[in-house]
Design a binder for this molecule. Structure first.
Ligand code: NAD
Length: 356
């Protein structure tokens, strides 16, 4: 056996109902005296409550999806003005993304308190948008040194958003199984991530404020991000990235629709990964496990429902084909990729593809 696995250096605390104390302990460990707290207006009250025990020098609430460069520059300028020595971010991937943008140029340490299942807190990937174009990069400075997960903070996440965010995390796990840098350790994390998400998400769908379901889903979402950042983007993420960019499709729904098609496509050529995923779903096969979960959750079915035009199928084939990693388990051709996209577009059963 030969592989090299790199674990990212990060402390992770699960502290349901105790984000304030856990955050104070992490800030204390850092010896920080002047903390910048980043939280959007929506999170302001929560942020005030859980930061009451730390030395806050600056509160910053200008959070914008996909981190426009000018928003990042304003946050960096305020951090410098107030001579802050650490950042605490409380919110979803957009809020974590802004903290990362500040850390990228300042080297300030981040303690992240996530309030969605996006998983950005567990990666060293940053993203900035300029004139509608997103640039991403990898830098060790943007990895939060510590993460505090408090399930009670996600009780306010609306059910539909919670399910979409959780399915996105599930896509991280499935795609990590055959990502371009995948190793056996990533597969262990991804498999356990699937188990956590498959156990937690139905509970979240039934009762979006129920703490037990949120805890299981958060645990799965963390493992999903860890496995995915190590394994890299596989076929599923390449498809969603191209389709999302070409047709301005909604992120979470695109992932939710495409995932069963990629799983059905790759599973027969990746029997070991398939068996692990099946056991994580507690089903006879990975495809059946995902189908059952999707039915329970009432997951989105067809890309045509989200604005993808039918002639977009032919348009998307070449750029997707060029992006799919060479190590993809099943050989991808123009014909079988077009058939997969057509099935996802129409909302057909993933196993009933017809090659055109
Ligand atoms: P988001 O942070 O934009 O949040 C979505 C909405 O949910 C916002 O309106 C927010 O105010 C609200 N919200 C957040 N938490 C809530 C809560 N607990 N209760 C009620 N409402 C709440 O969306 P997201 O899906 O968390 O993150 C998406 C962004 O993160 C994208 O820009 C994506 O590219 C990025 N991302 C980056 C990485 C990475 O590794 N760099 C990984 C995943 C996602």
């Amino acid at each position: 056996m030969r592989f090299t696995h790199e674990s990212l250096p990060q402390r992770v605390r699960f502290a349901t109902g105790e984000a304030d104390a856990a955050l104070a302990a992490e800030i204390d460990r850092l010896g920080a005296r002047r903390v910048m707290v980043i939280a959007s207006g929506r999170e302001a009250e929560t942020a005030a409550r859980i930061t009451s025990e730390i030395p806050v020098a600056l509160r910053h609430d200008e959070v914008v999806m996909h981190v426009p460069v000018e928003v990042a520059e304003r946050a960096r300028a305020r951090a410098a003005e107030h001579t802050v020595d650490a950042i605490v971010c409380i919110g979803g991937g957009s809020t974590t993304g802004l903290a990362k943008a500040v850390a990228l140029t300042t080297g300030l340490p981040i303690v992240a308190v996530p309030t969605t299942y996006a998983g950005s807190e567990a990666t060293d990937v940053w993203g900035l948008t300029s004139d509608g174009t997103k640039t991403t990069g990898v830098d060790p400075r943007v990895l939060p040194g510590a993460v505090v997960y408090d399930a009670s903070l996600l009780a306010t996440l609306p059910g539909e958003l919670a399910v979409a965010s959780g399915l996105n995390a599930l896509a991280h796990c499935v795609d990590a199984m055959w990502g371009p840098r995948v190793d056996p350790i990533d597969q262990v994390f991804a498999t356990e991530g699937i188990r956590g998400l498959a156990a937690g998400l139905p509970k979240v769908a039934r009762d979006s404020a129920g703490v037990e379901g949120i805890e299981q889903t958060l645990y799965g979402a963390y493992l999903a991000a860890v496995s995915f950042t190590s394994a890299g983007s596989g076929m599923h993420h390449k498809i969603c990235h191209v389709l999302g960019g070409m047709f301005d499709l909604p992120h979470a729904q695109t992932h939710a629709v495409v995932l069963p098609h990629v799983l059905a496509f790759n599973a027969p050529s990746a029997p070991e990964a398939e068996a692990r995923m099946a056991s994580a779903f507690g089903a006879a096969s990975a495809v059946e496990g995902l189908a059952g979960l999707r039915t329970t959750l009432g997951a989105p079915q067809a890309l045509k429902d989200y604005g993808m035009p039918e002639d977009g199928i032919a348009q998307a084939v070449a750029p997707i084909l060029a992006a799919i990693p060479d190590n993809n388990p099943a050989p991808v051709t123009e014909a079988n990729l077009a058939a997969l996209l057509r099935a996802a577009w129409a909302g057909a059963h993933p196993d009933k593809r017809e090659e055109s």
